[in-house]
Design a protein around this ligand. Structure first.
Ligand SMILES: Nc1ncnc2c1ncn2[C@@H]1O[C@H](COP(=O)(O)OP(=O)(O)OP(=O)(O)O)[C@@H](O)[C@H]1O
Length: 325
């Protein structure tokens, strides 16, 4: 079931800046949906529109089947949003912050207390109750912020760059938390991020936007087929030989880029079986001592860069056509 449906959505700010331009996308119930795009692509603008904070200029967006412009109260009751700025009041305790949130949503106080206790345990926040919020680390403040946003039992949770500025361990803890919300609360999650590994790990669907339009929307695995690039990885027995063979490979016309990773050479090439055999042949002819050669699909980062930098035109995948504008 579609819980978000966006059709030809456009947003032009008063400054004349057209940020969203006939944007189309859909989000299915229970999915983790990631919106990717470079800085200024319009990700926060879209979240602000969907959470009814600002109005679109034209087009239509429906949440849980209701037009967001006509049914603002319904939409607000059923969603929650964790913005980039943490919204905790440091003068209140952890529990008071959550109670305050429950009052904003007019939740019956007995029900609110039960729910808050459940969330404190589910988000593993019990151990922090004895400390002042101002002493919490950024990761714990963010965890509390998300727990607060779950007090109203939202059907859709918007997370605007939930792991920005976090260290690797806190980021991994946050990924687990986001997955737990999906599994345990069945909440649909709409998130924006600049970390492609994060989108890859978490998402059921990824949408990449550029110049206010959706370039592609698909699963992380399928997105790897949106570029005709492949990667050939050659593992050498001795790194000394890499300089010699690099020179030989540089002179071919089917390898666009060569990188070195420890004992391996990573070759960016066109998706073509023949290239694999040609590289193999060059290695054999030059008596290069290699222990492995493999072809792999590009990473999500390769796909993102390739799509974002692609020239204007259409790309076809399956039965969908997307505009590269
Ligand atoms: N209130 C506003 N008035 C005019 N222009 C705005 C306003 N808010 C945002 N913009 C512009 O709209 C564009 C998109 O901004 P937005 O914050 O939606 O992008 P973003 O994809 O979230 O960027 P980032 O990844 O850097 O957070 C930017 O050029 C921004 O300067």
């Amino acid at each position: 079931m579609e819980v978000i449906k966006i059709e030809n959505l456009t947003k032009t700010y008063k400054t004349g800046n057209k940020v969203l331009n006939n944007l189309n996308l859909t989000v299915e119930s229970g999915d983790i949906f990631s919106l990717l795009g470079v800085n200024g692509a319009g990700k926060s603008t879209l979240i602000n529109i969907l959470t009814t904070f600002i109005n679109s200029t034209s087009g239509k967006a429906c949440i849980l089947g209701k037009d967001i412009k006509k049914e603002k109260n319904f939409v607000r009751r059923n969603i929650s949003c964790v913005a980039q700025q943490i919204s905790i009041d440091e003068h209140l305790s952890l529990r008071e912050n959550m109670l305050f949130q429950s009052r904003l949503y007019k939740i019956d106080s007995a029900e609110a207390k039960k729910r808050i206790q459940y969330l404190i345990e589910a988000f593993e926040l019990q151990q922090y109750e004895k400390y002042k919020i101002s002493a919490y680390s950024g990761g714990i403040k963010r965890r509390l912020d998300i727990a607060m946003s779950m007090v109203s039992s939202p059907k859709i949770l918007f997370l605007d760059e939930p792991t920005v500025g976090m260290d690797v361990e806190s980021r991994r803890n946050m990924w687990k938390l986001i997955n737990d919300i999906k599994q345990n609360f069945k909440t649909t999650i709409f998130l924006t991020t600049h970390y492609l590994e994060e989108a890859d790990m978490l998402s059921d669907q990824i949408c990449i936007i550029k110049n206010g339009r959706a370039l592609v929307q698909d699963t992380p695995d399928n997105l790897r087929y949106y570029t005709d690039k492949n990667i050939i990885k050659v593992t050498l027995k001795s790194p000394k030989e890499s300089y010699f063979i690099e020179e030989k490979l540089k002179n071919t016309d089917f390898i666009f880029n060569i990188r070195r990773e420890n004992n391996s050479l990573i070759l960016d090439t066109q998706n073509n079986e023949q290239n694999f055999y040609t590289v193999n042949k060059i290695l054999m002819e030059n008596r290069i001592n290699y222990s492995g050669i493999e072809v792999s699909k590009p990473s999500l980062e390769d796909v993102f860069i390739s799509l974002i930098n692609d020239k204007e035109g259409g790309i076809q995948c399956g039965n969908r056509e997307y505009i590269l504008a």
